[in-house]
Structure formats: structure tokens, C-alpha cells
Design a protein around this ligand. Structure first.
Ligand code: Z2T
Length: 838
């Protein structure tokens, strides 16, 4: 490389002009002013914070584009193996601050923006979150993109450009969650580049006619054709020129109007079909752990996988290689089962379009795909009704049947006569209607399968995919414990702590942010009084920053002398926000029973909740209502409010998490054992020196292994006990009054109307009184004891700060850099391709 002929014009003119903005104030202000004038057509006279933010963003974007172009050219020249991360969700949050930090331009832009009469901090607040995800799964995808770029790995993301991201959450005066649309693109989005020229046609419906016997070619015709148009989002690596790509697809009608109906005088029909094409990428489905079997969701999944595969294959073909080398150049990671249709789609392309025979095609397919499972909850396992699939994707349904028949023959050969095993492993679940089991399809169509934490990966192998482990052997199954990017989740959200770490370790942050095990060096400073004082002072200022945020956005005055106790995540019964709120009520009742003198000895505490509930999840919404009404009562109680207060912060988002996490003393990760696959916010809190109250579940276990069990407050039953306890609740129920009197008392207070009409909460309270699937009764006493130990530990503030320091110091393992390198080496077989190093 480097010896190619320059393609056009005078090479030096091109090259000297191909540069972004220099890292000096003069060049930066020139670039921003230029964007104000030419890109926005505005002037200093009428420029508000939003306009100034947009101009600053466009200026930073210029820099990223230079790197992006160089990176893509470099990858093309080096022609390495590439990986593609297919995810229906990318919860990116804001971009400007992250980009400035990764490009190492933040202080220069701060000064430049100042000279122009604005404050960078204010401008950062103007940006809307890109909230194209529900929760952990989508945020994980965003962290993995940051880590791929930061480690120079040739990885692209593929997703959908939803017009509406996750809904905005409003809380009504009664405490009910209301949902409003999130039109995140209304202010224009400077971070995306429309690529009108990169587009593919995607077919739905129609007929599939087999052209030969057996598993040969077919002809799929008719139906509806929709256009997929690419929008590219640049992903800058940290302190590297490598800038990767996230390609998001937007759906459009193929021609503005359907001409046939238009000519037949059916104007409305024509417009409607154009609407139905645009509808495909209109909205992100807001369910995190349930599937609804909606036709539009299936169309989203196919639209996205078909466009992405077409794009991947086009790029591969540009290499001029033969198709059997496809797995040497391409790895495709399936983020949960949502992109599983990519498997029959690649079969369709190889057989119907490339004319390969079945076995050869299947050989390629099963060497390209990798599958990550994110939950073992049965209600989250995707199944699609066969009639729906047949209607929308007739050719794919044929292929799925063919895959199934050949697979079950192999199973029958290995386990002769085991009909129940065949029924369990079949891609088709019998019933009315029959359904396609997407996890089974993803499993047999992939090279390797992984879970997202040690315990979870074990559960995958021993429960939902047990038969497949027995069939394929255990080496096809693995674990990659999740990680988080320390760029956003320490340096960006907690700049003071980041600075203290760099100055203490005497290591530039560009080094330890990319080698997080370096934090271990902090352990010895836990013994230094001065260091502990600085550490504690930063936590205190972060608490004040949060309090200030709440004061300005919600108007509440938060007691910053209290311990901050935080639970922020999607509302779900398995995550047991119920346990937390019932614990709060228990504490309140105890405080009420005390004399003023006794109360004065209590550790004051502020409890924060935030999180969205799926719009159709009744019990989760009722839990929000209970939290809001408990808050209303106890925050207004003059006897107790100095010792206990409670806030439900509406509209949880990545940006809100960035303010909450650095302010927490303690955070709660209290799922029923065996239900939370990993959790990732647990890692974010601990990285920021917050301690953890949790069950022995998901990544909590590995966090305790790293930071030491003495620094984690564990409670509750263990995974192996859960099945038996559930059985007890079902078949030998013990009334709550007997099983757990303290809990019974709390439930009776709710039913008795202490927090408003008790009848409202009966459906929620009854999930515990009857059945108690998530074992709130069984874990309540041990939970209360764990919280008492937290209070006791907090009394010795010196020891507490030591725990906090040692926790941060031992979080190296949970960098998403480690996780993504694990995928690169153990799954994708990918090498770093650094730009500008050769
Ligand atoms: C999700 O966020 C997660 C799992 C899902 O299963 C769906 C969604 Cl939207 C289908 C979460 C897990 O609950 C969490 O434990 C894990 O840390 C996260 O994915 C990332 O792996």
C-alpha cells in the first residue's frame, strides 16, 4: 500500500487540504463561526445555545469525518477480516462530549466556545439523547462500538434508524406512567450522514416457487418492495484515528408512489402503501423482556437483516474473492435472537442467487454467525407464528423447514428414537398456531454461542440450550462477561475522579482508560488519609451536582448530607423494585416507631428510583405508582423526612444515568437469583466508587470476585434454591404473615391505605401474597439485614471510603475493551488495524 497512483487531480492540493480543525483556539473558533454562518445561516445576533451547540457539533464532526474517511480507506486497502454487530438497539446517548474526549479536543473547544460567548457545559446540555434502545442490551451495543474503535478493530454496527426512539416517560399526578413519543430527530441530527446512494430493495410477501427437487433453488416474486437507505454514524475511538461506522437503515417507499394504483385513480391507496413502507422504521418497540408477535416487528427484523447482509456481501464482493472465502473475511454477531432471520436470508442468497448447493451454503453460514443470548426468562424467548412467517417471508419459511428437516435427521441419528428430544430441539414448536423458535435457529446456525456473565452462560448451557450442548458438544458454547466503556462511564461522567486517578497514579488517562487494570495501583492509596479526603470530597460534589440537577429540573431540594441509595433500571418483577420499595416502607415504619432521640442516631438516607416500564406491563406500572405515592407521603412527614426521603426521577436515560451514577454511595442489583443475565449498571456504579447491595446473580458475582466479598453487600437465596422455593409457593403455600411477619406488616399498611387508596395496589401486593414467583417473601428478611449492615458500615466513614477506593481499583476486568477483545480473539478471529501506524 501507499504506492497506488493518486486517483484525481493534484495530489498535494488534495492532501494538504484534507484535514479537520487544528487543535488551537483560532482554528476552532474559525470553524464554529463558519458553521454558524454557512451551515446554519445564522449570526451572532440571533444565536441561541441550541444553534451554538449545532455549530460546535458540526465543527467536531468535520474532524471525525477526516478520520472516518481515512479509516475506511485504510480498511479497504488492508482488506482484513471484519466483524459486523447486528443489533436492533443502540442506546448511544449524547455524542458531543464523548467525541471531544475521544479526540482529545475538549479543553480547546471549551476555550474556543468561551471566546464566542457561550459555555461548553451549557451547549452539551442542548443535545438530545439518541435513545434507540430499551436498556442494557442496547447500551451494551453502544459500549462495544466505543471499545472496537478504541482498539482499532474493524467492526461496524448495523441497526435501524427509528424515527421515534424509546418513549418519553411522564408521571401523572396520581403517579401513573404516561408515554409520549420521542421525536429525537426534530432538531436535526449533526451526527448522522445520509447516504442516499447506498440503498437496497427489500421484498415482503409474494410467492416462492421451488425450481428443483430437494433443497435447491427457488424463485421469490411479487409482494411489496421497500427501499432501505443508509445513514452512517461515526464512532470515534479514544486517542486513535480509527473511526468506525454505525450504519442505520431507514425505510422508504420504492418509488414515491405506487404507480399502478395511482393510475387506477386510487390516490389514497397509493399514499397508504407509501406510508406502510415508511412505517417499518418508524418506532422502536418498547418491550424489553416480552415478545408480542406483531407483524410490523417481524418486518423490521427482516428489513434490517436483509439490507445489512446485502451491504456486507457487496463489500465482500469488492475484494474480488470467491464466495467460499466469505467466513475468512466476515464475522457477524447476532445481538440476541432479533437478527436471526439473517441465517435463512444468507442461505437464500447463497442458494437462490449464488447458485451454491445446500451443504456448501450451510457450511458458509455456520462459520459466519455468532450468537449472544441475553436472558433465560422464558417469556423473552422469541417465537414467530408459522402462518405469519409464511405470509411475510414465504421463501424463508421454506428454508427454515429445510434446515429443520436436515437437522432433526442428524439428531435422530445421534439419539435414535428419542422423540421428546426431537420435539424440544425442533425449530418448529407444535401448537395452534405452530411457531418458529428463533433461539434454536440462532443456535444451530451459528459458529459459537455465548452468554453474558459466568452464571448466565452456565444457565444457558444447562437449561434453555441443554439439548444443543449434548448434540454439538460444549466447546461451541462460551461466556463473554459484559463490560462497560470507561470513557463514558468514568472519564466523561466523573471528570473530577478521572483527574484524581491520573494525578495519583501519575499515568496519563489516555493510558489507564485503555488498560483499566492499571486502576489496581489505587489500592495502596486507600491507606492515605489525604487521598481518602479527596476521594470523599469528589463523591460529595457529585451528590451536590445531582441535587442541583434535581432542583432545577423537578424543583425538589435533596438532602446532600444523607447516604444516596440508587436503583435505576427497567421496571420488571424479576429486578424486584418491589423488594426495594417495600424495604423503604419498612424503614419508614421503623422510624415512625422511634423517639426523636432514637431517630437522631439513624443514618439519614435518600433513595432514588428511575426506570421505564413497558407500556403494557401492568404490574410494573403499578410499582411506579406505589413508589411515587410512598414518596409523596414520606417526603412530607416532618417526623422522618430528615432521615429518609425518596424520589422517583422520571424519564430515565443515558444522560440521567451519567449524573446519578457518580453520586451514589450504594446501588441496588437485587434480582431473584438466576434471572438477571449480567447487569451492566452494577459495573458503572462500582467503577465510580459506589458500593453494591445485591443478590448472588449475574455479574454481581464476578464483581465480588474482583473487588472482594468484604466490599459487597450480598443477600438472598442462591440460584439452585429458586426452583424448589417456587414449587413450595405453588403447592405448599405459607401465608405471608407466617413466612415473613415484617413483610406482612408492610403489605398490610399498603392495603390499609397509608399511601392512598389501598385497593389500587391489591394486584401488585397479591403477586407477593399468592404465588410469589420472584421470591420477595423468601428474601425480604435477609434483604433488610443487608441494608442494616450497609448502615453500620457507613457509620465508619473512613472504612467506607477505603471500600469505595478498593472497589474502583479492582474494576479493571469490566472494561468493555476486555470484553470486545475476547469476542475478537475467541469468536471473530479479528486483528486490530490501526490507522497511520504503517
Ligand atoms: C435487555 O436489555 C437485556 C436482555 C434482554 O433479553 C433484552 C433486553 Cl432489552 C432479551 C439485558 C439483560 O437483562 C441484562 O442482564 C444484561 O446485562 C444486558 O441485557 C446486556 O447483556
Amino acid at each position: 500500500s501507499g504506492k497506488e497512483k493518486w486517483p484525481r487531480g493534484d495530489e498535494t492540493v488534495w492532501k494538504t487540504n484534507m484535514r479537520g480543525v487544528d487543535a488551537d483556539i483560532g482554528d476552532i473558533t474559525k470553524s464554529v463561526v463558519n458553521h454558524v454562518q454557512t451551515s446554519l445561516a445564522r449570526q451572532a445576533y440571533n444565536l441561541d445555545n441550541l444553534g451554538a451547540y449545532q455549530a460546535a457539533a458540526l465543527s467536531v464532526r468535520d474532524n471525525m469525518l477526516v478520520n472516518w474517511n481515512e479509516t475506511q480507506l485504510h480498511y479497504t486497502r488492508k482488506a482484513p477480516k471484519r466483524a459486523y454487530y447486528l443489533s436492533l438497539e443502540f442506546l448511544m446517548g449524547r455524542t458531543l462530549d464523548n467525541a471531544l474526549l475521544n479526540l482529545d479536543l475538549k479543553s480547546q473547544y471549551k476555550d474556543g466556545i468561551n471566546q464566542l460567548g457561550f459555555s461548553l457545559e451549557d451547549l452539551l446540555e442542548e443535545e438530545r439523547d439518541a435513545a434507540l434502545g430499551n436498556g442494557g442490551l442496547g447500551r451494551l451495543a453502544a459500549c462495544y462500538l466505543d471499545s472496537s474503535a478504541s482498539q482499532d478493530l474493524p467492526v461496524w454496527g448495523y441497526g435501524l434508524r427509528y424515527k421515534y426512539g424509546i418513549f418519553q416517560q411522564l408521571i401523572s399526578p396520581e403517579g401513573n406512567q404516561l408515554e409520549a413519543p420521542d421525536p429525537w430527530l426534530d432538531n436535526q441530527n449533526p451526527w448522522e450522514l445520509p447516504r442516499i446512494d447506498v440503498n437496497y430493495e427489500v421484498r415482503f410477501y409474494g410467492q416462492s416457487e421451488r425450481l428443483s427437487e430437494g433443497h435447491g433453488r427457488a424463485l421469490w416474486t411479487g409482494g411489496q418492495e421497500v427501499l432501505a437507505v443508509a445513514y452512517d454514524v461515526m464512532i470515534p475511538g479514544c486517542h486513535t484515528r480509527n473511526t468506525n461506522n454505525l450504519r442505520l437503515w431507514e425505510s422508504k417507499p420504492k418509488r414515491g408512489f405506487d404507480l399502478n394504483s395511482f393510475n387506477a385513480g386510487n390516490y389514497e391507496g397509493a399514499v397508504e402503501s407509501s406510508n406502510s413502507a415508511a412505517a417499518i422504521t418508524s418506532v422502536l418497540y418498547p418491550n424489553d423482556h416480552t415478545t408480542f408477535g406483531k407483524e410490523l416487528r417481524l418486518k423490521q427484523q427482516y428489513f434490517w437483516t436483509a439490507a445489512s447482509l446485502a451491504d456486507i456481501i457487496r463489500r465482500f464482493k469488492n475484494l474480488g474473492k470467491s464466495i467460499n472465502e466469505f467466513p475468512d473475511y466476515v464475522a457477524i454477531q447476532l445481538n440476541d435472537t432479533h437478527p436471526t432471520l439473517a441465517i435463512p436470508e444468507l442461505m437464500r442468497i447463497l442458494i437462490d442467487e449464488e447458485d451454491l448447493d445446500w451443504n456448501f451454503a450451510w457450511q458458509i453460514v455456520t462459520n459466519v454467525f455468532f450468537f449472544t443470548n441475553h436472558t433465560v426468562l422464558p417469556e423473552a424467548l422469541e417465537k414467530w407464528p408459522v402462518p405469519l412467517m409464511e405470509h411475510i417471508l414465504p421463501r424463508h419459511m421454506q428454508i427454515i423447514y429445510d434446515i429443520n428437516m436436515i437437522f432433526l435427521q442428524a439428531v435422530e441419528k445421534k439419539f435414535p428414537g428419542d422423540r421428546e428430544r426431537l420435539a424440544r430441539m425442533s425449530l418448529i414448536e407444535e401448537g395452534f398456531p405452530k411457531q418458529v423458535r428463533m433461539a434454536n435457529l440462532a443456535c444451530i446456525g451459528s459458529r459459537r454461542i455465548n452468554g453474558v456473565a459466568e452464571l448466565h452462560s452456565q444457565l444457558v448451557q444447562t437449561t434453555i440450550l441443554k439439548d444443543f450442548v449434548e448434540f454439538f458438544g460444549v466447546s461451541k458454547f462460551g461466556n463473554v462477561t459484559n463490560g462497560i466503556t470507561p470513557r463514558r462511564w468514568l472519564d466523561q461522567c466523573n471528570p473530577e475522579l478521572s483527574k484524581l486517578i491520573s494525578s495519583t497514579l501519575k499515568i496519563d488517562k489516555s493510558v489507564w482508560l485503555k488498560d483499566l487494570y492499571k486502576l489496581k495501583g489505587l489500592v495502596k492509596y486507600a491507606e492515605e488519609k489525604g487521598f481518602r479526603a479527596e476521594w470523599a470530597a469528589i463523591k460529595q460534589r457529585n451528590k451536590e451536582r445531582l441535587a442541583h440537577h434535581i432542583e432545577t429540573t423537578l424543583g425538589f431540594t435533596v438532602n446532600t448530607n444523607a447516604m444516596f441509595d440508587v436503583q435505576i433500571k427497567r421496571l420488571h418483577e424479576y429486578k424486584r423494585q418491589t423488594l426495594n420499595i417495600l424495604g423503604v416502607i419498612h424503614r419508614y415504619l421503623e422510624l415512625k416507631a422511634m423517639t426523636p432521640a432514637q431517630r437522631k442516631k439513624v443514618n439519614p438516607k435518600v433513595v432514588f428510583f428511575a426506570g421505564k416500564a413497558a407500556p403494557a406491563y401492568y404490574i410494573a406500572k403499578l410499582t411506579i405508582r406505589l413508589i411515587v405515592n410512598v414518596a409523596r407521603v414520606i417526603n412530607a412527614d416532618p417526623e422522618t423526612k430528615d432521615y429518609l426521603s425518596l424520589y422517583f426521577l422520571p424519564d430515565y436515560s443515558v444522560s440521567l444515568a451519567e449524573v446519578l451514577i457518580p453520586a451514589s454511595d450504594i446501588s441496588q442489583h437485587i434480582s431473584t437469583a438466576g434471572t438477571e443475565a449480567s447487569g451492566t449498571s452494577n459495573m458503572k456504579f462500582c467503577l465510580n466508587g459506589g458500593l453494591l447491595v445485591g443478590t448472588v446473580d449475574g455479574a454481581n458475582i464476578e464483581i465480588a470476585e474482583e473487588v472482594g466479598e468484604e466490599n459487597v453487600f450480598f443477600f438472598g437465596h442462591l440460584t439452585p434454591a429458586v426452583e424448589d422455593l417456587r414449587y413450595q409457593h405453588m403447592y405448599h403455600p405459607v401465608p405471608v404473615d407466617e413466612a415473613c411477619p415484617a413483610l406482612a406488616n408492610v403489605l398490610n399498611q399498603i392495603s390499609g391505605g397509608l399511601f392512598g387508596d389501598g385497593g389500587v395496589y391489591e394486584p401488585l401486593v397479591n403477586t407477593i401474597r399468592q404465588g410469589d414467583y420472584y421470591l420477595v417473601t423468601d428474601d425480604f428478611d435477609s434483604y433488610i439485614r443487608a441494608l442494616a449492615m450497609v448502615d453500620e458500615a457507613y457509620l465508619d466513614r473512613d472504612e467506607w471510603v477505603k471500600k469505595s477506593i478498593c472497589t474502583t481499583a479492582n474494576m479493571g476486568k469490566f472494561s468493555s475493551d476486555r470484553a470486545i477483545m475476547d469476542y475478537a480473539q475467541e469468536y471473530w478471529n479479528l486483528e486490530p488495524i490501526p490507522v497511520g501506524k504503517d
